[in-house]
Design a protein around this ligand. Structure first.
Ligand code: ARG
Length: 276
């Protein structure tokens, strides 16, 4: 018998994944992902998440939508509501109707921030406690984050992302629990850093080298943290804070500017989230 409901995570197989356009500094069309390796890395990530207790739900891949694999960008989840993304860049805009259909078919009510504002789902909106932290300017608009705060009746802390390499909030900030988070300080301006430092009691900073290995783009399942390989310092720091770490190579997805967290969407609420 389980005390808690099983954590639910949405993933999308990388059947049509590839580097077909360039919308962030990591993507180079001439350095495409290796299809076989990408599939293996994705399968290993899925198996690892299952081994720490998650139930994986799947969205069907769609030809012509190579980034659909990054389900973190499908929506921000709040209870049975999915706040869909309105993507900044044309090549990803075709994902929204696909995501909308999946959520509706799976008993979520879908909402979209008002036009013309862009918003990229859990890539840019992460709860830590009752506060929604939002990344803006590169992909999501601050107005969309403010609208979300009103619709969700929660405090929003908008954080401007100042380094194009860390274009989504989930590449530089990762709540571990309602009071703990990982962050890469240099991805924020002085205001953003102090806003995070004042709001989150326990912070684990990530260094430059491991930030470029997407250390902050980790998936938290209970006291387990699943992340890209090559982040030994972060693993040691997390272990010192009582977490069990699990590393798996995700280099093929780094070529697209994504890693473990981007490839997942927690459907039942992230560990850090406290919903009112
Ligand atoms: N190539 C994708 C993009 O640039 C990667 C998305 C990564 N997702 C994330 N949640 N950080 O949009």
């Amino acid at each position: 018998m389980m005390d808690h409901p099983q954590p639910r995570i949405l993933m999308c197989p990388p059947d049509y994944f590839g580097i077909e356009y360039e919308i962030n500094p990591w993507m180079h069309k001439e350095i495409n992902a290796d299809y076989t390796t990408a599939r293996q890395q994705w399968r290993d990530l899925k198996a690892l998440l299952e081994s720490v207790g998650a139930a994986i739900e799947l969205m069907d891949p769609v030809p012509g939508l190579p980034d659909l694999v990054f389900t973190a960008n499908a929506a921000l989840i709040w209870k049975d509501r999915a706040y869909l993304s309105r993507f900044r860049h044309g090549p990803r805009q075709g994902e929204t109707p696909v995501n909308d259909a999946w959520f509706q078919a799976n008993a979520f009510e879908t909402r979209l921030p008002p036009e013309p504002w862009n918003f990229e789902g859990a890539g840019d909106a992460l709860y830590c406690g009752e506060t929604l932290f939002g990344g803006y300017i590169v992909r999501s608009d601050a107005h969309a984050l403010q609208w979300l705060g009103k619709d969700l009746h929660c405090r929003v802390i908008p954080l401007q992302l100042v380094d194009e390499r860390y274009y989504h909030l989930d590449t530089c900030f990762c709540p571990l629990s309602p009071t703990e988070a990982l962050y890469y300080p240099a991805a924020f301006d002085a205001y953003g850093r102090s806003a995070i430092e004042n709001a989150v009691p326990t912070l684990i900073p990530v260094g430059d080298d491991e930030a470029t290995r997407f250390a902050c783009n980790a998936v938290v399942v209970g006291k387990h943290v699943v992340m890209n390989s090559g982040c030994p310092q972060l693993e040691a720091d997390l272990q010192a804070h009582g977490y069990q770490t699990h590393a798996t190579p995700l280099d093929e997805f780094l070529k697209s500017g994504g890693s473990a967290k981007c490839l997942t969407l927690r459907l039942d609420g992230e560990e850090g989230a406290v919903w009112k």
